[in-house]
Write a protein that binds this ligand. Sequence first.
Ligand code: SF4
Length: 246
Amino acid sequence: MAIWNPWHGCHKISPGCANCYVYRKDESIGKDAGVVTKTGDYGLPLRKNRNGEYKLSAQDGTVYTCMTSDFFLEDADGWRQGCWDMIRERTDLHFHIITKRIDRFERCMPSDWGDGWDHVTVCSTCENQDRADHRLPILLSLPIKHRKIISEPMLEEITLGKYLSTGLIERVVCGGESGPNARPCNYDWILKVRGECMQYGIPFTFKQTGAVFVKDGKTYRIERKYQMAQAKRSGCSYEPPKAPLP
Ligand code: SF4
């Protein structure tokens, strides 16, 4: 697993952004996360070591792309084509692009995208029902080979059944919000989406509880270091049984 941040900085666009970790981290060092800049890692996928080998090797596998910004941000319109060119070349890696701007995908896709590239997964986030109902029909309508839904921070009860029933979603990831101003995440909301995933045989990951977690009517404050571990301990994640070999 590797992380590739070709640019840094972003603009808040929806309720899920309110306590954005990029803003939080930048504020802590006196930096303005609203200023979007190309990073020194822009060319990382094609960078080579002294032996002429790629620094990101095929063993790195998944490359989480643009984790301190949004890949489809307007400010990066002049830089994105260069990224597509690098992604096109590295078919030995698998690029994960997580976005709150799936509505910009079509105008931002490369001219030879066709019906999608096998080594690219596009993940649309939805923090509430309103954003799910806006973004997920777009995600489903686009020519994409691998699609995921991420609801993190999950801010309310969400129903995803009609999107999952299409059979076009490969995984759903849910979780709470971290940080000092974290909003609560209710375990019932997590269980509801998990149930929908089970109904349609879709893998489900409960990634983290968040800092303010509500279970059985009680509110728990959970330290950062335990948020992922607690979610794992809940045993709530779900992998559908594999179909038997013919
Ligand atoms: S889109 Fe993502 S990176 Fe950008 S402000 Fe919102 S949460 Fe932060």
